[in-house]
Design a binder for this molecule. Structure first.
Ligand SMILES: C[S@@+](CC[C@H](N)C(=O)[O-])C[C@H]1O[C@@H](n2cnc3c(N)ncnc32)[C@H](O)[C@@H]1O
Length: 248
């Protein structure tokens, strides 16, 4: 190709690259604007919900601090919180019922949030010093630390439970109770979590999980564990079901 033709060709490519760069900057600016708008709207809605809760509290003379904290966290990270309000007493008690308070070994709770299931476990007779709570939300960890000072609190990712707990647990766990929003995770990650949990638990010990969905969050047909389900618990927003898995 003659030299002038080559130069023209290079100039054309450069012009196209500059145009592409310009378009990229415009798109980035637009995305940034949309994110800021979304965050603004999300914060407004959050504030409005909080105001309504506070008005309700004043009218009824009650405090709903846990609900407010929960909604705030949900607005910030809806997928990792997975629920708009803490579990009801009915659901928390239904979960605690699967844990034998007289069993030996630690009772691990994954995603305790503000602690309704923790409270039900203690109410059912589980000594708080046996509890190992794994929660990654710092605001919830502060609440749990004050409410359950004798429990072991691990601020971290429950999906890394093997790494977090294998040296911490001095005995195999008597139960693992999970409030994690499992269904927001890919199946491979859910299966790895339950496999890791079984490795840290006594043979036949329960892995207790609640879900809002109708189906089991783990497929029965894979085998290797038994599955048991509670009745649907209607006294919860939204209604939920408790699933219990035990290694064969
Ligand atoms: C649906 S809420 C349940 C909270 C509480 N157990 C209840 O029943 O009200 C899920 C909880 O799991 C926590 N969580 C979600 N993903 C987590 C993770 N990877 N590691 C630790 N905690 C997690 C959230 O911060 C939240 O507290």
């Amino acid at each position: 190709m003659p030299l002038t033709a080559l130069r023209t060709f290079e100039e054309r490519i450069e012009r196209q690259l500059r145009l592409l760069e310009l378009k990229k900057t415009i798109i980035e600016r637009n995305i940034g604007r949309h994110i800021r708008l979304f965050e603004q709207r999300r914060d407004d809605i959050g504030k409005r919900i909080e105001d309504q809760i506070r008005q309700f509290e004043r009218k009824r003379g009650i405090r709903l601090d846990d609900e407010v904290r929960f909604i705030r966290s949900w607005i910030e990270r809806p997928l990792s919180i997975g629920a708009v309000t803490p579990s009801s007493k009915m659901l928390a008690r239904a979960m605690a019922r699967y844990v034998d308070p007289h069993s030996d070994g630690p009772v691990v709770e994954l995603g305790p949030g503000t602690g309704p299931v923790t409270a039900a476990l203690v109410e059912a007779g589980v000594d708080p010093s046996r509890l190992v709570l794994v929660e990654f939300n710092p605001a919830f960890c502060r609440i749990l630390r004050t409410r359950y000072p004798s429990a072991t609190l691990v601020q971290g990712d429950a999906y890394s439970m093997r790494r977090l707990l294998e040296t911490l647990l001095l005995q195999p766990a008597a139960a693992v109770v999970s409030g994690l929003p499992l269904v927001t995770k890919p199946m491979r990650q859910r299966l790895r979590l339950i496999r890791d949990a079984f490795d840290l638990m006594l043979p036949g010990a329960p892995f207790v999980q609640f879900t809002y969905s109708v189906a089991s969050p783990l497929p029965h047909r894979l085998g290797g564990f038994t599955v048991e389900a509670s009745e649907r618990i209607w006294m919860n927003i939204p209604p939920a079901r408790v699933w219990v898995y035990r290694k064969n």
